[in-house]
Design a protein around this ligand. Structure first.
Ligand code: ADP
Length: 369
């Protein structure tokens, strides 16, 4: 079976010489929700536009369900695109806007009416079908844009920062709606966003890009817990990245020599040998904080050596969450956010010296590159 979408060695060089996308490989199964994330200018939109047909492909190949589409004009591709500003026409009613999308793809009048009616029923837009969209709320406009994109029954829906212009609360509720809709329809979604939290909540897999290149393609949980590159370790989640050298190993767990002593972590890249320069990536969620009244040797045993000394520099509470800034011996600051109950006894005693611990398996050791 062919993939719903397959990119092989896709590259984009703009006329002015900008290398926007390099050697992009991706295979997407039908019904997957894939997000592209990365800093501004990393090539997310360019890639989406090449899939949509709004931008030519300099080299490589894009296939949809096994068919090469490199040379196919946008309107003949089995894709729809939802833009951040929705690109709806203010002088048209909701129904006309949706039918317009269908006419661009060449549907005849009777089909346009039938398909528009069907999708409006599905997205609960029939009530406002004959109103102009500019009198409707942000959430409704979002739904109209989705309806216009989905009415043509695309194989793949491309979404370019579609929630970017909504306020935070509305964004959350539309996120849920979007995910439910995608599950129900079983359509492949490719979603571009600069908000990593949105991508992590919505996606089956996330593509992290940096300077035109793919850094990692993984399910959200894996991106958090097993970053593959130092860029991903810095970009996703809140990690403490400790440099060091591999000193010893026991299966997948390696001992890394660091300025805080010997620390253990999980090695994902078996090719890294003893003596290699690495980074131990410790997610903030994996760190436990203990008052210094607890015996260090006991913690060393319990956490297999992963005990680092720190000094609490700031602690404040917002609702049920406590935020702590803890300084390590070399001045590095570790920020920890946790439920207030977890550390009530640590921070209410006025303790300022603490032990930080984590289990070896919860830290990932990656190459320094
Ligand atoms: P992102 O969506 O991740 O913010 P883009 O795909 O928009 O990134 O841009 C990738 C790179 O290509 C950037 O360096 C950007 O300046 C450049 N770029 C985007 N569009 C054009 C264009 N039409 N002509 C020349 N360079 C462009």
């Amino acid at each position: 079976m062919a993939y719903d979408l397959e990119l092989t060695g896709v590259e984009k060089v703009y006329d002015n010489g900008t290398m926007a996308v390099r050697n992009f490989d991706l295979q997407v199964e039908k019904g997957e929700f894939i997000s592209f994330v990365g800093p501004s200018g990393c090539g997310k939109t360019t890639t989406l536009r090449m899939i949509a047909g709004f931008e030519s492909i300099t080299s490589g190949e894009i296939q949809i369900r096994g068919r090469r589409i490199n040379e196919l004009p946008a309107e003949q591709r089995p894709t729809s695109t939802i833009f951040q500003n929705y690109a709806l026409f203010p002088h048209m009613t909701v129904r006309q806007n949706i039918e317009y999308g269908l006419s661009v793809k060449g549907f005849k009048a009777a089909q346009r009416r039938e398909k528009a009616e069907g999708i409006m029923a599905k997205l609960e837009l029939l009530e406002v079908a004959d109103r102009r969209h500019d009198v409707l709320s942000g959430g409704q406009r979002q739904r109209i844009a989705l309806a216009r994109g989905l009415a043509v029954e695309p194989d793949i829906l491309l979404l370019d920062e579609p929630l970017g212009s909504l306020d935070a609360n509305l964004r959350k509720s539309i996120q849920n709606e979007l995910k439910l809709l995608q599950r129900n329809l079983g359509i492949t979604f490719i979603f571009v966003t600069h908000a990593q939290s949105e991508a992590l909540v919505l996606s089956d897999r996330v593509v992290v890009m940096n300077r035109g290149e793919v850094e990692q393609i993984s399910p959200p949980y894996e991106l958090y817990t097993r970053p593959k590159t130092s860029f991903v370790a810095q970009f996703i989640g809140r990690n403490t990245n400790i440099p060091g050298t591999i000193k010893d190993r026991d299966g997948d767990i390696v001992v890394v020599d660091t300025i805080y002593g010997a620390l253990r972590g999980f090695l994902t890249d078996g090719a890294l040998e003893d003596g290699a320069q690495v980074i131990a990536v410790v997610p903030s969620e994996a760190i436990d904080v203990h008052p210094d009244s607890i015996d260090r040797e006991e913690l060393v045993g319990r956490y297999q050596g992963n005990v680092v000394e720190g000094q609490v520099r700031a602690a404040y509470v917002v609702g049920h969450t406590v935020f702590n800034a803890i300084e390590l011996s070399d001045g590095r600051e570790v920020n920890i956010e946790s439920h207030i109950e977890k550390y009530r006894n640590v921070f209410e005693t006025g303790t300022s010296r603490v032990h930080l611990t984590w289990l070896p398996n919860e830290a990932t050791v990656i190459g320094k590159g």
